[in-house]
Write a protein that binds this ligand. Structure first.
Ligand code: HSE
Length: 311
């Protein structure tokens, strides 16, 4: 083993993808978190360094998404005698809706799989990353962890058995994520949600989820555009995001197929069939937030088909 250990990358992701609350997610090329894992003599898992978090993330293994994920992995594989040190280099903003907690957890388990030469598949180590992400979101769902791990657009039809499916992604699908300089904690954005869904909204949402999947499968950008909307969660969460409807309008006027909240927010995403339109619309979204005196950062990406990786 080299003293430098193993370095692994966990990419950002868009949870929900408007129409698939907790069950649909898309993997971005960048940004992403980096994790360095080293073996050490003392048994157990320790977080030795965290950068890019402004002192906000816990060093306690149990409370840290990367630490918890690795701990869960070692326990399940009967490897608790193993000593591991973890450095977490946060490149993703916290509380951004871009799957920050998932990215660290995913990178950590991918790194351990490589370092210990376990030879497990990404699908096999997925549950451990979910155990880690659960620490931050206080809920068990795979819509960030699964795409960050596997890449692509992923549908999870069962969170207990982790029945995850890669959807077909049409050529030329571009993604814009604009991250405003405000923070929303996932646990809080979940706490405001009503437990009831009106029947009409349920009908629309199931129709749109089916439409989106069919549109992706058949490369029908028109159908993708008619389906990429959220009748259930967005009306409740949009009030947490100042300027939400202006930013959405800017994206749609700029030619977005659809635009909604990325994960639990406050970032907003748009899907596009044309990269020039995507760039121009991203700037228009940024200008809309600027009118509210909110600075923002633009991320342009294709759909990352590879997911997490070891360098
Ligand atoms: N599906 C999750 C939510 C994503 O929207 O709350 C964030 O973990």
């Amino acid at each position: 083993m080299s003293n430098q250990g193993i370095k692994a990358f966990g990419p950002a992701s868009i949870g929900n993808l408007a129409v698939g609350f907790d069950i649909l997610g898309l993997c971005l090329d960048k940004p992403g978190d980096e994790v360095v894992i080293r073996k050490c003599n003392e048994p157990g898992v320790r977080i030795t360094k965290i950068t890019g978090h402004k002192g906000r993330l816990p060093y306690e293994t149990e409370l840290n998404t990367a630490g918890k994920a690795v701990q869960s992995m070692l326990k399940a594989l009967d490897l608790t005698h193993q000593g591991l040190e973890i450095e977490v280099h946060k490149k993703l903003p916290l509380g951004s809706g871009m799957g920050s907690s998932a990215a660290s957890a995913v990178a950590a388990v991918v790194g351990v799989n490589e370092l210990l030469r376990l030879g497990l598949s990404k699908r096999e180590i997925l549950p451990y990353a979910i155990d880690g992400e659960e620490v931050a979101s206080k809920s068990r769902h795979a819509d960030n962890v699964a795409p960050s791990m596997l890449g692509g657009i992923i549908l999870c039809t069962n969170h207990n058995t982790l029945d995850v499916h890669r959807l077909y992604v049409p050529r030329g699908l571009y993604v814009v994520v604009v991250h405003p300089d405000i923070e929303i904690l996932t646990a809080e954005a979940r706490a405001i949600l009503s437990k009831e869904v009106p029947l009409a909204a349920m009908i629309q949402q199931t129709a749109d989820l089916a439409g989106l999947i069919l549109g992706l499968t058949t490369s029908d950008f028109g159908l993708i555009g008619r389906s990429l909307r959220d009748s259930v969660i967005e009306p409740q969460r949009s009030k947490l995001i100042p300027g939400f409807y202006e930013v959405q309008e800017a994206a749609m006027l700029g030619g977005a197929l659809g635009c909604s909240i990325s994960g639990a927010g406050p970032s907003m995403f748009g899907l596009f069939s044309d990269s020039t339109k995507a760039e121009n619309a991203a700037e228009a979204m940024q200008r809309a937030w600027k009118k509210h005196k909110i600075a923002s950062t633009i991320y342009l990406s294709g759909v990352n088909q590879e997911g997490a990786k070891v360098y």
